[in-house]
Design a protein around this ligand. Structure first.
Ligand code: P6P
Length: 333
């Protein structure tokens, strides 16, 4: 019987030109995610639920596990010798690698616990990460302002009924399930492909009154179902965590939308989700799996970031539906 393929084995055999230090870094990221999985899975028993009593740079209340997960990433990765800097949703500025540790070749951005509002209600949460080349010389916040098409690795770890690590190094998307008995992430979903067609959309419909015309048109047509212009009925799912929604779409198709809207615009926000550690890594995964990732007006991976915590509109998933939403934006403009 073939023994299951481990994360490291898949990385070394499926993409033979991966630099060994990148493989080592990805393995360390998996180790950090395994630690976060153990904390999330123990929940109340680990005494890690509830609010931290602090706010992040976004002005959002932090959960205890947001802060703990961020600390796990820092503690597990900063000494690895593979990083030149770290940036996170939970830290105002980049985290420099202490002088005591060897400076590495890569930068990592991460959302240590995406969807943390789901934590206290035992909903799906996840870690999102993005790895890019570090520039020569000193590293500062501007070193991270690289378009998503420059990522060398992007992935997430979903903490749900199973913990799954899903990642790409530019050679397709593979999914690995955590075997809690061995502590290894084992290959269970090789070469994930997003179905081009779907009848399932993912959006927070509580904001309907704030949507701009192109998004309103797309959703209204879907809601008309088989009697409407789409000629078929649609379903809706909203997990409240981007990792949960994106994973479902990678598994069975769909279109995820956190678009620009009038309320966000009134707060001078281009969107809710952050480019460097949410939209870009998820966008790379979607494209590598045959899907698309757009703001409605441009490809997410082509955006030149202007700040560490920049927000963007997000429309990603099954290619046919993303193209249709984009066409409605083009017609409107
Ligand atoms: P809303 C979680 O806070 C998050 O950043 C994403 O994971 C998720 O898709 C979205 O925000 C949920 O936003 O407005 O529905 O609570």
């Amino acid at each position: 019987m073939n023994s299951p393929v481990s994360l490291k084995q898949q990385l070394l055999t499926s993409n033979s030109d991966l630099p060994p230090n990148l493989v080592a870094l990805i393995d360390d990221v998996a180790s950090a995610c395994r630690n976060i999985s153990a904390l999330v899975t123990r929940g109340a028993m680990a005494g890690v639920l509830g609010d931290a009593g602090s706010e992040n740079v976004q002005g959002e209340g932090q959960k205890k596990l947001d802060v703990i997960s961020n600390d796990v990433f820092i503690d597990k990765l900063q000494w690895s010798g593979n990083l030149a800097g770290m940036a996170s949703e939970e830290m105002d500025d980049m985290h420099p690698i202490p002088a005591a540790f060897t400076r590495g070749d890569y930068l990592i951005t991460f959302d240590p616990l995406d969807g943390s509002s789901n934590i206290d209600v035992n909903g799906s949460v996840g870690t999102i990460f993005s790895i890019m080349q570090a520039p020569a010389g000193d590293v500062n916040n501007s070193s991270f302002l690289q378009p998503g098409n420059r990522q060398v690795c992007a992935g997430y770890c979903l903490y749900s009924s199973a913990s799954m690590l899903v990642l790409t190094t530019g050679n397709g998307v593979d999914g690995f399930t955590l075997d809690v008995s061995s502590g290894e992430f084992l290959l269970t979903h090789a070469d994930i492909r997003v179905p081009a067609e779907t009848s399932e959309f993912s959006i927070n419909a509580a904001y309907t009154r704030h949507w701009f015309a192109p998004v309103k048109r797309y959703i209204d047509e879907a809601l008309l179902g088989s009697e409407g212009p789409r000629g078929r009925n649609f379903n809706m799912r909203w997990a409240g965590s981007m990792v949960g929604d994106v994973h479902r779409i990678l598994m069975r198709g769909g279109v995820f939308m956190y678009p620009a809207d009038k309320k966000l615009a009134a707060d001078n926000k281009a969107g809710k989700l952050r480019l460097l550690y949410e939209a870009s890594p998820m966008g790379m995964l979607m494209e590598q799996a045959g899907g698309l990732a757009s703001t409605g007006n441009e490809r997410i991976l082509d955006i030149q970031p202007d700040s560490l915590h920049q927000r963007v509109p997000v429309i990603m998933g099954s290619a046919t539906e993303v193209e249709l939403v984009d066409s409605y934006h083009s017609e409107a403009s």
